[in-house]
Structure formats: structure tokens, C-alpha cells
Design a protein around this ligand. Structure first.
Ligand code: NI
Ligand code: MN
Length: 225
């Protein structure tokens, strides 16, 4: 299985014949080397509807005939735009062809670009090829992360925001890692623009000193996981 990081919160997982995108913010993402016309997706998972997460999702879905996976209100909005979507909600899991998807809570907001309520923002736990991957979405620190770690033990990869201002900053993200107890943590949602400047190496040294493995992925980097 391959994990590619485009920058911000945008990732691609390639598992066998399946390409799964999470929060594909590419064309207007100043740090993404990849444009939306260069990616394919069978499935697109959205954590919430903010522009820096919805990104180019509709464009990609239209070209690739992708299936969206999102919380109910956002899924309905995507359908109203002509896309295919599988409606889910927080706490619910569903087995797809590529693996299992479960939505978790996230403390944040969510509104579509045309001003519609898009349901609650979410995080997502994926189980693909037997590995649990937790993308927290945009969120502040919350104690129930401990429960997410316990119920999906072990979290092989935690994708965790560190950019501050809109989400956890480094200090809270370190605590989040202690609560979730992942085998590996990958920082995200930083250095895309000035307001969310953070040093991933500072985060790495903090979590490493607490015994966790941290992988700082370059923007555009792909790793085998
Ligand atoms: Ni957001
Ligand atoms: Mn965001």
C-alpha cells in the first residue's frame, strides 16, 4: 500500500487497484506539486466541507466517476452537485471494497462554499490491508482521542494537524499523540500559508522524546506503508 502526501491535509492511499483520496485540496494549494488533473480516484473521503479540504474533489469525482464518502449532510450536498456519494455519520463504520471506513468526532466547523450547513466535521479511521490509519481532520485536542486509539488499536498511522490557529498546534498535537498511542504519526495542516506556520521537526523531536515514531513527509512525497 502507498501513502502520498500532497501537503495540507490532502493524502492519497493506493491499495491494489484502488485509489482513495482524502481532502484533495490541490489546485489552489500553494504547496502542492500535483494538480487535480494529475490524480485519479475511485473513492474520495472528505472530513468536512471547508474549501481547503473539499478542494478539487468535485472536479476529480466528475472526471474519474469517484464515489464520495462523507457525513450525511455533506454527502447530500455533493449529490445535489451531481456526484455519487455514500452517506455515513460519526460513530458509524462501513466496509467498502478497499477497506473499512469509520467516522469519528472532530471539534471544528463545516460549511459548503455556497454557504450550506454541511453537518458535523469529522475525522476518519480507515482499515486497509489490516492497518488502521487515523486522519483526525481539522480539530482541536479532545480527550476522546484516547478512546479512538483504544477502539482501533493499534493505530498504525495517525495523520495529525500541527499548524495551530484553526486546529491543534504542536503542543496539543503532542498530547493527542500520547492519547492515541499510534505506531507512527505524520504531521499535516501546516506551512500551507502564513497563518499555519509550524516546524514539523520541532513536533518530531517532541513526540520522539516520548517514544513515538514520527514521519515528516515532504509535500509530494509517497511512501510505502
Ligand atoms: Ni477546516
Ligand atoms: Mn483546514
Amino acid at each position: 500500500m502507498k501513502l502520498k502526501y500532497f501537503g495540507h491535509s490532502a493524502f492519497q492511499i493506493q491499495s491494489g487497484k484502488y485509489s482513495i483520496l482524502i481532502d484533495p485540496f490541490l489546485d489552489d494549494n500553494p504547496v502542492s506539486k500535483t494538480k487535480s488533473s494529475q490524480v485519479d480516484a475511485n473513492f474520495i473521503i472528505l472530513t468536512h466541507a471547508h474549501g481547503d479540504h473539499l478542494g478539487d474533489a468535485l472536479k476529480i469525482a466528475k472526471r474519474c466517476n469517484s464515489l464520495f464518502i462523507a457525513v450525511n449532510e455533506l454527502a447530500e450536498w455533493l449529490k445535489s452537485k451531481g456526484a455519487k456519494a455514500h452517506n455515513m455519520h460519526i460513530g458509524g463504520a462501513h466496509q467498502f471494497e478497499f477497506g473499512k471506513v469509520k467516522f469519528t468526532i472532530a471539534h471544528h466547523g463545516s460549511i459548503t462554499p455556497d454557504g450550506q450547513y454541511a453537518g458535523e466535521p469529522a475525522g476518519v479511521v480507515l482499515k486497509i490491508e489490516g492497518k488502521n490509519i487515523y486522519h483526525t481532520g481539522d480539530t482541536g485536542l479532545f480527550y476522546d482521542m484516547k478512546l479512538i486509539g483504544e477502539m482501533n488499536n493499534p493505530i498504525e498511522f495517525m495523520l495529525c494537524p500541527i499548524g495551530d490557529n484553526f486546529t491543534m498546534g504542536i503542543e496539543d498535537a503532542v498530547k493527542a499523540v500520547e492519547l492515541v498511542q499510534p505506531r507512527n504519526v505524520i504531521p499535516m495542516h501546516y506551512n500551507t500559508f502564513g497563518l499555519i506556520k509550524a516546524d514539523p521537526e520541532e513536533f518530531k523531536s517532541s513526540v520522539t522524546s516520548k517514544g513515538f515514531n514520527c514521519i515528516v513527509m515532504n509535500f509530494g512525497e509517497e511512501i510505502e506503508i
